[in-house]
Design a binder for this molecule. Structure first.
Ligand code: SAM
Length: 242
């Protein structure tokens, strides 16, 4: 997640982390809550803590849990920031993780990588983890990220070369998933056990709203949608469970 160790690249890394924290604060505020109301926060898909580190500077680490399918990432965050690490204990089975219920869940750039069925499964899980009144803030690749498929260097050559197919499919289905190749999966520092479900994903605002309504039986309200709200690039959804 960090481009290198020059002062400029470190500042970009920190800016992205601060921006994610600000989005979470905004999500809490539009839900009529304050940071003091948040007794339990889950950083879902935490990676190596780009955002967790900012959460831990602003909330008591004992109120923060982190989970990632990459168990080393989750454990790293616990060692580095004193937060609670959650990992799979049995295969890739959600029930083995030991999740609790949360007042707030942040999900940064995870739905930008999942197949349609894995998106549904993961969203269902997250909805089930919210306390009543709980807040879910997550990001997606929407219209702006789709536009950037025309930028030769943004997503890289594979996506640039497939951009017409991606754009056409997205326009037709409001969702497009391009799985990573086995070479791309091989670069990961861990085995992504559901490799066929991992790649790059674009989903429209309307697709996402419909999915949330369907999966939550209307109980998860989108309090605000911010197009390109994270770094002028990923869309942000601020939701609240009733
Ligand atoms: C682009 S990184 C973002 C990491 C972190 N949220 C951030 O913004 O720095 C995506 C992360 O999601 C994790 N991930 C992918 N699929 C996941 C899933 N279904 N459940 C939880 N984590 C997942 C990956 O291992 C990776 O660490």
């Amino acid at each position: 997640m960090i481009g290198g160790d020059t002062p400029e690249l470190i500042e970009i890394y920190n800016r992205i982390g601060r921006g994610a924290f600000q989005l979470t604060l905004d999500g809490i505020q539009v839900a009529g809550r304050t940071l003091d109301d948040i007794q339990s926060l889950l950083d879902y898909g935490c990676g190596y803590g780009r955002v967790t580190r900012v959460f831990a500077q602003n909330l008591s680490p004992k109120n923060i849990s982190v989970f990632d399918v990459d168990a080393d990432a989750s454990r790293f965050c616990a060692e580095e920031f004193g937060v609670k690490s959650l990992v799979f204990h049995e295969g890739w089975n959600w029930k083995s993780v030991g999740f609790e219920k949360y007042d707030c869940i942040w999900v940064g750039s995870v739905f930008t990588h999942l197949s349609e069925s894995y998106t549904k499964e993961t969203m269902e899980l997250l909805i089930s983890l919210l306390n009543p009144g709980g807040i879910l803030v997550f990001t997606t690749h929407g219209e702006e990220a789709l536009r950037r498929t025309d930028w030769p260097d943004w997503f890289g050559a594979t996506i640039y070369n497939k951009r017409k197919q991606i754009q056409t499919n997205f326009k037709e289905n409001n969702f497009y998933f391009l799985p990573y190749s086995s070479e791309e999966l091989g670069i990961l520092p861990f085995e992504f056990k559901r490799g066929a479900d991992f790649g790059v994903t674009w989903m429209s605002e309307s697709y996402t709203r419909n999915l949330l309504a369907r999966l939550s039986n209307g109980r998860l309200m989108v309090r605000e949608f911010r197009s390109a709200g994270w770094e002028g690039y990923q869309d942000a959804f601020f939701c609240q469970y009733s």
